[in-house]
Design a protein around this ligand. Structure first.
Ligand SMILES: [Zn+2]
Length: 432
């Protein structure tokens, strides 16, 4: 399959650039790529098309896509009022499967081709979701949610049973033998997990070498309750004068590795940040969710500068936007809000190598493609390059946007972005 247009190509130090060119897709891989005129008539794209890598979403919840927009509640009340009732519906595996099919369609229509996702506490429902993801061709990291306390009884299971199910979930995902589907262990967050469950999950993470997904430091209330519920985690730490906070709970349960995806991480002390950095964990920044639930703004600039690996996630349904370009815009908005008007007087936006001030549009496009892929360890994803996976979007921007004549076309494309511009989503080499 020959695709031509303006290619969004990797540039130096975490940016992208646009260049007219073409790429040849064969067997799920970008087999050849060139700048300049295409060597034949293109199957997809054309003169006015923009060709980007498929978007990577580092954090979302499959069972929450019908719960977008239930406003006005802080995190813990929103979970109990809106989210837990929605997740209870996944006790029926057929419902979980059909909902996952709808979610996949929604993701493809938004140009998202790779995800890190949560299912629910239901084992069969989670397996059904994994099977649907496997069939879809999307690249996914997915886990059964683990909860044994602080949630409705329908969503709590004994720790031992959950650990056995989580291990079986990994087995069942591995049995699908789909290199694009990876299992994770997903203790929801410290509040909804007992000590036994967290420690069991940590053992499983090390025994199986799989991804771990959880939430961390999203709201102040959550941090306080988590620390109150897990005094055991601080027994040794207190003696050492440690102020590791909420993060210490996961550290004590041996849940933190280079394959740990920690959503939010807004409220982390200096010591917690140092634990996260030393363990090489990924903080999945979810700016649209943080605004929606009025949780706060993650100090992304400080994290990036201190060497913490950050990714970007929609966190649907905490975040109301499925579309990653809109989540990327929210990342920039948050950085601008934190920096204040003074930053503009000091010289405007700056997407330097350490992301010194506010991410540029070129940086934002990189973040939702290659940046997120690298953070999630999806090394052949998120870029237009020979040998990379053929997860590619064909975009036809509205001519009226005049993006091509703009001083910063990447800025125009980001801020004028409209999902209706997306004309084809190529997943694993197939236009879907
Ligand atoms: Zn989440």
């Amino acid at each position: 399959m020959l695709v031509s247009g303006w290619l969004m190509l990797p540039a130096s130090s975490g940016r992208v650039r646009l260049s007219r060119g073409w790429l040849m897709i064969k067997g799920g891989v970008i087999e050849a790529l060139g700048e300049g005129d295409a060597p034949g008539s293109a199957d997809l794209g054309g003169e006015d098309a923009v060709i980007t890598p498929g978007f990577v979403d580092a954090h979302l919840h499959l069972p929450q896509f019908d719960s977008i927009g239930q406003d006005g509640l802080p995190l813990l009340q929103w979970l109990s009022t809106v989210i837990f009732p929605a997740e209870i519906r996944w006790s029926d595996p057929a419902y979980a499967a059909s909902m996952t099919r709808r979610v996949i369609e929604r993701l493809i229509r938004a140009g998202t081709t790779s995800i890190a996702a949560y299912a629910t506490v239901h084992h069969e429902g989670s397996v059904a979701a994994a099977e649907e993801l496997s069939r879809s061709g999307l690249r996914a990291i997915v886990g059964q949610v683990l909860m044994d306390q602080q949630a409705p009884s329908e969503l709590c299971r004994p720790a031992k049973k959950l650990i056995a199910e989580a291990a079986a979930f990994v087995d069942r995902v591995e049995a699908l033998k789909n290199p694009r589907l990876m299992a994770s262990i997903n203790p929801r967050f410290a509040i909804s997990c007992s000590r036994e469950l967290l420690i069991g999950a940590g053992e499983l993470v090390h025994a199986r070498g799989v991804y771990m997904q959880t939430h961390l430091g999203e709201t102040v209330d959550e941090c306080e309750l988590a620390v109150k519920l897990h005094p055991w985690a601080f027994d040794d730490a207190a003696r050492a004068g440690d102020e590791g906070g909420y993060t210490r709970i996961y550290e004590s349960a041996r849940l933190l590795t280079e394959k740990s995806l920690l959503a939010h991480g807004i409220y982390l002390s200096a010591q917690e940040r140092s634990i996260v950095r030393q363990r090489g964990c990924v903080v999945a920044h979810c700016p649209t969710a943080n605004t929606f639930l009025q949780s706060g703004i993650m100090p992304r600039r400080e994290y990036v500068r201190s060497g913490i690996i950050t990714a970007l996630g929609s966190d649907v349904a905490g975040g109301p936007d499925v579309s990653m370009p809109r989540v990327a815009r929210a990342m920039i908005d948050g950085a601008k809000t934190l920096a204040g008007p003074a930053a503009l007087r000091r010289g405007g936006i700056d997407g330097g190598e350490d992301d010194a001030r506010i991410p540029t549009p070129a940086r934002a496009w990189w973040q939702i493609t290659r940046g997120n892929a690298e953070a999630l360890g999806l090394m052949d994803a998120g870029q237009l390059k020979v040998g990379a996976a053929a997860d590619v979007l064909v975009v036809k921007p509205d001519e009226a946007s005049n993006w091509h004549a703009a001083p910063d076309p990447l800025g125009t494309l980001l801020y004028a972005w409209d999902d209706r511009w997306l004309k084809a989503t190529v997943v694993d080499g197939r236009a879907v």
